[in-house]
Design a protein around this ligand. Structure first.
Ligand SMILES: Cc1cc2nc3c(=O)[nH]c(=O)nc-3n(C[C@H](O)[C@H](O)[C@H](O)COP(=O)(O)OP(=O)(O)OC[C@H]3O[C@@H](n4cnc5c(N)ncnc54)[C@H](O)[C@@H]3O)c2cc1C
Length: 806
């Protein structure tokens, strides 16, 4: 085996092979894949091989679509047969919930570029004469997808990579890692040590063990999953056409033709599902091409339903049962990106639909590794979306949930209690008793809205029964004062003689120069694309307090730590758990706050966009005069231990002013009215600051900062984030809806919501520059309906910020 390589990939399943292929395509050919046994001997070989286009995630859909574009070509490119069957697929809707979900996906299918039609039961039966449609109200018919031989694809990718110069070593287990001061890794294997510039963990069901060898953990739990193949079915033998792959929540799985036999795969319910590992520990290293004993009792309920759905399946016997292991993550998405806390160590694992996703996962991860950014938004796949909270128990709880819900539609607003709560603020129980309904972000429980009359949220894409509650929360903030517990904000202290220079080098905007000054700053990649957004307060010459999104905590922390130069005198501290955050907004917030602090809160004493240390109820509080809601307001950052005392004092003083609690729904509605872009939606690795219409936050007079030249070079690129209003009926934009001009799809919504203070349905969208001018018009498709939209020049609410400056 060679002694060194630019990249060493561990694992020769579809994920490792696809990454190898795509890195080579990007021009990196000094790359080596190491497999402990034979290629595809993990989960890949026994997969059922389905490659659907339909998935609820827009960015995953891009991966699926790319795989479905690539796989049919692989035989021609490499000579390896992959058995691509373009059968298409039909997912059945048995209720309005499923149909609403399908309409949402059909919207973004236009942006991604795959074909999807919603068809009625008669059409379903016409396309697939074997299916019964009892209880079916519609079907989502995707014509560009199908199924293939997973081993064939994996081998084809390996052959293609080798043809470009990549190397593969089989029968060689990776046993340990050591990182050198240079940042390179020594990868120890059964056949010796290889020095790698970068290491990639593509070890499938072993990915957790491989991560642990490098001293970190990842939340991967491996689930057992069954499918069975029937004896040949006479009706299939008489027909030359192949039926589409059928997917159905009623039988919780998939059904298709396997040559002239039937194939049925089932995602059984909780209590019945089983994890391979960790159940009693890790998978054994010697396991290879392993199948588990089948347990048809576990899946019999759904098998019976499959036969109800496709009666010819019941006419023959069972030829073969496959029960194999699938790696899963808590949210069901793959782990693609840098490993937490490590440099030059990446993950390409954790996928439960690795055949469908493998092609795209390899392509977009290779782009990230080679160019510093992928062309698609990778935030939802970033392994650093999990922190230490995602321990083994959490992983199991969430993975069992994800497995059992594989074919269950989850509508916006719906969240299950499994694995919760992980991280709570000291106000959690108090606010819960007051009606707080929580949403989970990065393990934190954060109030979404307050149920004052005991109502429960009906999830949906339309305006639900919670809208009037959110409207009341917004009104109360606009007319009086409201508080929101946002203690999950990521918080860092950057101190030391070089703190300012360090932050100025990393961020596009200049750090505030005055003590107490606040600046909104952005972290860019060397390619000029947006990595992160922070609010920075200068507390002293050598002391900065930085805040970023809860979900970005690990990501931004790693960025800060890893970009410190040798010898730079900068100390970094992650103080997220040390301080709570109470957001206080509304015209009466000064009245309430001045009742609990002696600090001068006048405009002269506490100017807008500044921060001070004040005292509330005897507790020291870092107070920042900023507002995401567009009202007079402060963010209060007491020590976590003092949060409850500060909240109680504010509440007691606020009661005379009609103070209310409000939640994230109201916060989002008010953000939209102010036209504030959000990290992860508008501010993503897909865009530069100019494309995101954030050019004014770049300080081009600054000597240099990471991404400066690339930002300048990219000024004229072909995308723009615009802000606008749509004439919505009872469905508001939320993100990924297509923007149409005539029949052409010109862009997509990045986020949106209904503004209760303005009575406007508002959105951000990513469109070509010719649609960026105020007054530009296009349609937005909301639940299948085209609604006229107009680009606005200014925020819909208080465009000159007079309320915040009041
Ligand atoms: C029954 C069944 C049906 C399925 N059907 C579908 C389907 O229809 N469509 C779909 O998209 N997905 C399907 N899947 C899921 C799919 O199989 C997996 O998501 C996918 O194979 C994962 O690929 P991978 O490359 O991450 O893992 P693997 O294929 O397991 O590859 C990981 C490789 O790493 C190697 N390795 C591990 N540790 C080391 C080490 N220390 N040193 C060297 N090598 C190491 C292993 O030997 C293994 O070969 C199915 C799964 C099952 C069980």
């Amino acid at each position: 085996m060679q002694a060194q390589a630019r990249v060493v990939i561990i694992g020769g399943g579809i994920m490792g092979a696809s990454l190898l292929y795509h890195l080579a395509q990007e021009g990196w050919t000094d790359i080596l894949l190491i497999e402990k046994d034979e290629l595809t001997s993990g989960s890949t070989w026994h997969a059922a091989g389905q490659c659907p286009n339909i998935t609820g995630s827009f960015n995953l859909a891009k991966m699926h679509a790319y795989s479905n574009w690539l796989y049919p070509q692989l035989e021609g490119l490499t000579g390896q047969y992959v058995s691509w069957h373009k059968s298409g697929g039909i997912r059945l809707a048995t209720n309005e919930r499923e149909l609403a979900w399908m309409k949402y996906i059909q919207g973004f299918s236009k942006v991604v570029g795959f074909n999807m039609e919603l068809i009625d039961p008669a059409k379903i039966r016409e396309i697939n004469p074997f299916v019964t449609t009892d209880g079916v109200i519609a079907g989502a018919w995707t014509t560009d997808d199908g199924h293939a031989d997973p081993s064939g694809i994996c081998n084809a990718l390996a052959i293609g990579a080798r043809q470009m110069g990549a190397k593969i070593v089989r029968k060689n287990r990776v046993t340990a890692f050591t990182q050198l001061p240079s940042g390179d890794w020594d990868v120890e294997t059964e056949q010796g040590t290889v020095r790698a510039g970068m290491v990639v963990n593509a070890a499938g069901c072993y990915a957790r063990q491989v991560a642990q060898m490098a001293g970190i953990d990842i939340p991967v739990t491996n689930m057992e999953h069954h499918y069975l193949v029937t004896d040949p079915i006479p009706a299939f033998q008489e027909r030359s056409e192949e039926m589409p792959v059928m997917r159905d929540s009623y039988m919780s799985g998939y059904m298709r033709q396997e040559q002239k036999s039937g194939l049925i795969g089932v995602y059984e319910d909780i209590g019945l599902a089983e994890a391979w590992a960790p159940r009693g520990g890790h998978p054994e290293w010697q396991s290879t091409s392993e199948l588990f004993p089948d347990d048809l009792d576990r899946i019999s309920k759904w098998l019976e339903r499959a036969i109800e759905r496709i009666p010819v399946f019941g006419e023959v016997g069972i030829r073969r049962v496959v029960n194999g292991a699938i790696p899963h993550t808590p949210d069901g998405g793959p782990l693609l990106g840098p490993a937490t806390g490590l440099t030059n160590f990446w993950h390409c694992c954790g996928t439960s639909f690795g055949i469908a996703q493998g092609g795209g996962a390899g392509k977009y991860l290779a782009q990230w590794m080679v160019h510093g950014d992928s062309e698609i938004n990778m935030v939802e796949f970033d392994p650093r979306r999990y922190g230490p909270y995602a321990d083994e128990q959490y992983s199991r709880d969430k993975v069992f949930l994800d497995y059992r819900m594989t074919f269950t539609t989850r509508l916006p607003g719906e969240e299950e209690p499994d694995g919760r709560p992980q991280k709570v603020s000291p106000l959690y129980e108090k606010l819960k008793a007051k009606g707080a309904v929580y949403a989970e972000t990065y393990g934190w429980e954060r109030p979404k809205w307050f149920s004052l009359d005991g109502r429960e949220e009906e999830g949906g894409y339309h305006r639900t029964n919670v809208v009037e509650v959110v409207a009341a929360e917004c009104r109360a903030v606009a007319d009086g004062v409201g508080v929101l517990d946002l203690s999950g904000f990521a918080k860092y202290e950057v101190t030391g003689p070089d703190a300012e220079a360090f932050l100025n080098r990393l961020c596009a905007n200049r750090m505030p120069t005055k003590q107490g000054g606040i600046a909104l700053v952005h972290i860019l990649s060397s390619g000029g694309r947006i990595q992160g957004e922070m609010t920075v307060t200068r507390l002293a010459d050598d002391h900065f307090y930085c805040l970023s999104a809860a979900a970005a905590e690990q990501r931004d922390w790693d960025w800060l730590v890893q970009h410190r130069l040798p010898g730079e005198q900068v100390a970094l501290a992650n103080v997220t758990m040390d301080r709570g955050v109470l957001v206080m907004n509304g015209p009466k917030s000064r009245d309430v706050l001045s009742a609990v602090t002696a600090a001068d809160l006048s405009n002269a004493g506490f100017r807008w966009l500044s921060g001070q240390e004040i005292e509330i109820a005897g507790c020291p509080v870092r107070a920042l005069r900023v507002s995401y809601a567009g009202e007079l307001g402060w963010e209060l950052h007491p020590l976590m231990a003092d949060l409850e005392a500060v909240y109680d004092a504010i509440w007691a003083a606020g009661e005379a002013h009609g103070i209310v609690d409000y939640g994230l729904y109201a916060a989002n509605a008010m953000r939209m009215e102010k036209g504030y872009k959000a990290w992860g939606s508008e501010l993503t690795n897909e865009l530069t600051m100019f494309e995101a219409d954030m050019g004014r936050f770049i300080n081009l007079k600054k000597e240099d900062f990471t991404g400066k030249q690339a930002s300048l070079d990219a000024q004229e690129r072909g995308l723009r984030i615009v802000y606008g209003e749509v004439d919505a009926a009872n469905v508001d934009p939320r993100g990924t809806e297509p923007c149409l001009v005539g029949e052409a799809c010109i862009g997509l919504v990045t986020s949106g919501g209904y503004g209760h203070r303005t009575g406007k349905s508002l959105f951000f969208a990513c469109v070509p520059p010719e649609y960026a001018a105020p007054g530009s018009k296009f349609d937005i498709v909301l639940q299948g309906e085209r609604r006229p939209a107009t680009v606005l020049a200014d925020p819909a609410y208080d465009p000159d910020n007079s309320r915040m400056k009041a």
